[in-house]
Design a protein around this ligand. Structure first.
Ligand code: SAM
Ligand code: SF4
Length: 369
């Protein structure tokens, strides 16, 4: 007997085929899915949005992922690397504006000099903020020792997207060499969790060769891994990348956008207490994309606090939003739009993942700063 979407949404967990069914939902069924995920969000993590000031401090990268505009061999990119002072200034800006935390993100570099540099920055950030600013790192794959060193220097969270949990698809998206191994990516995620980081992952949605079954597996992977945070958004093509040749295989952008919203909604129902970020790539397709994701399940937004004049050069994909704005402009437009989505901004709060606190047996640590 056919089961209706309403009946499916009564379940506490979903099988792969049920997830595929939800991912295929449209019209009134999709409305019901979004209603349910919004209700789960309100019940378990409240209608609150946490800000993470995103500092994209360098676009220099040793890797060559087939989808990414700042890949090593793209010679059309003007490479930049913010000075320590510029990074600290951006971190201070986030702190002064009452954000509970920041994200330090860059291309991937594995070297003792890079490790030391990040360690020093973490210590300086802890010092000027009196340990009151949470720091998330998003610096790719590193050794156990490096991850540990950064954790002990004050990093609390780490974002490392698995990109796709399917090894075959992962291979199609990356060069076949030691720097780009699926197994290493997975191992890095496990190490981060073992060390004690609030661990985040994510995938790109609407990639060439990707099926709805792949996406269902991605959600089950996140659930089975008991991940604390997720940031996932639509894949957006970039003309200077090898994957661009497959652009005819892509869904239209609006469909990729809707698929990303459905992924977020289903994940919120499956993992009620995690933090889900509303990815910037959503906004590259729909001006109100991030706010739409907040409405149906996401609870974290990462306003860009990188100095405006560098932003054009961190072009991962086409139409990356807000590259022509300064941090000040970004905040006021975001605040106004979040008010429209009837969510409150958790100013002065860390907004730690409740899932992390629950699995570590910690009581609430979202202290006011
Ligand atoms: N280098 C680090 C890493 O790869 O983990 C952090 C920075 S990397 C630019 C951050 C994320 O950008 C990647 O995990 C990937 O999912 C996303 N990204 C790269 N190219 C993209 C594209 N064309 N469309 C959407 N997201 C993309
Ligand atoms: Fe480098 Fe990250 Fe882009 Fe891959 S996704 S090329 S590691 S910046």
């Amino acid at each position: 007997m056919e089961r209706s979407i309403a009946q499916l949404l009564q379940l506490e967990s979903f099988t792969k085929s049920e997830i595929v069914e939800l991912l295929s939902s449209d019209g009134e069924d999709k409305v019901q899915l979004f209603k349910k995920s919004a209700a789960v969000k309100e019940k378990y993590v409240k209608n609150k949005v946490y800000f993470r000031g995103l500092i994209e401090f360098s676009n220099i990268c040793e890797k060559n992922c087939f989808y990414c505009g700042i890949r090593k061999t793209n010679m059309h990119v003007r490479r930049y690397n913010l000075s320590d002072d510029e990074i600290l200034h951006a971190a201070k800006f986030a702190f002064d504006n009452n954000y509970g935390s920041i994200v330090l993100q860059s291309g991937e570099i594995q070297s003792p000099v890079f490790t030391k540099r990040i360690e020093n920055l973490l210590k300086k950030i802890a010092r000027f903020s009196g340990n009151k600013l949470r720091v998330t790192l998003s610096l790719g794959e590193q050794s156990y020792k490096t991850y540990r060193q950064w954790f002990e220097s004050g990093a609390h969270r780490y974002l490392l997207r698995i990109e796709s949990s399917n090894p075959e698809l992962y291979k199609k998206l990356h060069p076949n060499d030691e720097l780009h191994r699926f197994e290493r990516r997975l191992e890095s995620l496990k190490i981060l969790k073992d060390i004690g980081y609030q661990t985040g992952t994510g995938v790109m949605i609407g990639l060439p060769f990707q099926t709805l079954e792949n996406l269902a597996d991605d959600l089950l992977f996140m659930k089975n891994f008991s991940i604390d945070m997720v940031g996932m958004g639509p894949y957006i093509e970039h003309a200077d990348t090898p994957l661009f040749q497959y652009r005819q295989m892509l869904l239209p952008k609006e469909e990729r956008f809707q698929l990303a919203l459905k992924m977020i909604a289903i994940l919120r129902i499956m993992m009620k207490d995690i933090n889900i970020a509303s990815a910037t790539a959503l906004q590259a397709i729909d001006k109100l994309g991030r706010e739409k994701a907040i409405k149906i399940g996401a609870n974290v937004i990462m306003p860009n606090v990188t100095p405006g004049y560098y932003r054009d050069d961190y072009a991962l994909y086409e139409n990356k939003p807000c590259t022509d704005e300064n941090p000040e402009d970004c905040i006021s437009c975001l605040e106004a739009r979040i008010a429209l989505s009837l969510n409150k901004i958790g100013f002065g709060e860390w907004g730690d993942s409740a899932h992390y606190n629950n699995r570590m047996g910690k009581t609430e640590t979202n202290q006011d700063i």
